[in-house]
Each structure stands twice: as structure tokens, then as C-alpha cells.
Design a protein around this ligand. Structure first.
Ligand code: BG6
Ligand code: MG
Length: 207
């Protein structure tokens, strides 16, 4: 086996939360009179909440105080949390197969909702460690969240595979010295180690 551990991004990999981020940000964009579409949404993947807000506000002709930005981010997060759904049984089966193969499994997410989401999905039991947006100073494409996750499971970066759906995540994995499997169809700046439709294909690809 080439790897000793797998570090999973959360949004868009373990659960389809990217759709809910899109819906929640769309309302923010409408409120501030900024354009918003799938292309702009793609730029928000893997990026922190406040940095995402700044990207949206850059399309507005208005200026915003820090207090207004806090309010916009909080209202977006309230809408987003109401939309969260369930984890698919096929994803659970994939995680179980990887765990049974002796791999350490971790989450490496920029989200500050990661603990809330994993609890709500009843998914904590699959992971040996969770590193999230509350534990890092720099979000992807900085490698911090992945190198910390690797350290939390006691592995060298070179022994870990990152699973991502975002260009920022692919760049973060490379900067951290890790292979990367990309799921989905988002455009990538360079070829990942593996490319697959979704995370359920991972056991068949690497085991
Ligand atoms: C990442 C998502 O996982 O988390 C981004 O891909 C999101 O789209 C970021 O902006 C921060 O999420 P949260 O849950 O802290 O608002
Ligand atoms: Mg993602």
C-alpha cells in the first residue's frame, strides 16, 4: 500500500455542502448587489468564510464596515446551517473499507462548521483526527490544515493522500508534500495524482 493515511476535505468531498454554500452566498450577493454564479462560487471552494465574503463583496460597488461584514457572514452561516443534510451510505461504506484496510483517516477542512457538520452527520467515528478552520491561521491553498492533520495522526506528509474537490485544496496538498485525489469536475491548475467521480471510488482506486 502506497499510503498510511488519508486526509479528506469535508465540503464537496464527504458531503455535498458546496450546493448549500452556493445557495446561502447567493442571497448575500443579492443583498449587496454583487454578481454571483457557479464560476464565482468555484473560487470560494476551500477558502475561509471571511475570505469568501471578501471575494463576493469585491463585486459590489458599496463599501462595508467590519461590523457589516460580520453580520453578512453570520447571516450566511445561519442560512447555510439550516440547509445541511445527511451523509450518503455509499460514503460511509467507502470510509469503512479504507479504515478496515488499516489506513489512518483524518479530516482537513477550512470550515469552522466542521465539528458541527460531522456531529450532525454522525461521522466522527470514522476519523482518527479532525483538523478544521478553527485550528489554523491560514486556509487553503496554504498547506497548514493538511500538515497539521498528518501530524495529528502521527504520519509524515509523504505517507498521506489528500482527497479534495477544490483547486485551492490541490495546491495545498502539493505545497504540503502530499499526493492528491481530486473528486468531481471543478477545473484544476495541474494534474492531480488521481481523478475520480466521487469519494466512493477511492477504495477501488488505491486499495
Ligand atoms: C470550505 C469550503 O471547506 O470551508 C468553502 O469549501 C467555505 O466554500 C469554507 O467557505 C469555510 O466554511 P465555513 O463553514 O467555516 O463557513
Ligand atoms: Mg471542498
Amino acid at each position: 500500500m502506497k499510503y498510511k493515511g488519508i486526509i479528506f476535505d469535508l465540503d464537496g468531498v464527504l458531503c455535498s455542502t458546496d450546493r448549500f454554500h452556493f445557495e446561502a452566498w447567493k442571497q448575500t450577493a443579492e443583498e449587496v448587489g454583487a454578481p454571483f454564479d457557479e464560476t464565482i462560487n468555484m473560487k470560494l471552494r476551500g477558502v475561509s468564510r471571511m475570505e469568501s465574503l471578501e471575494i463576493i463583496l469585491s463585486g459590489s460597488s458599496k463599501t462595508f464596515t467590519d461590523a457589516e461584514k460580520e453580520r453578512l457572514a453570520t447571516e450566511k452561516n445561519d442560512r447555510y446551517r439550516k440547509l445541511l443534510a445527511q451523509m450518503s451510505p455509499a460514503v460511509r461504506d467507502a470510509l469503512t473499507a479504507l479504515h478496515n484496510a488499516g489506513l489512518k483517516l483524518a479530516v482537513g477542512s477550512s470550515s469552522k462548521n466542521a465539528a458541527y457538520i460531522l456531529e450532525r452527520l454522525d461521522a466522527n467515528r470514522y476519523f482518527d483526527a479532525v483538523c478544521d478552520g478553527t485550528m489554523i491561521a491560514h486556509s487553503k491553498p496554504d498547506p497548514e490544515v493538511f500538515t497539521k492533520a498528518a501530524a495529528m495522526v502521527g504520519l509524515a506528509p509523504a505517507d498521506c493522500l489528500v482527497v479534495e474537490d477544490a483547486a485551492a485544496g490541490l495546491e495545498a496538498a502539493r505545497a504540503g508534500g502530499m499526493d492528491c485525489a481530486i473528486v468531481g469536475t471543478a477545473p484544476m491548475p495541474f494534474e492531480p495524482t488521481y481523478h475520480m467521480q466521487d469519494v466512493t471510488k477511492l477504495p477501488g482506486t488505491i486499495l
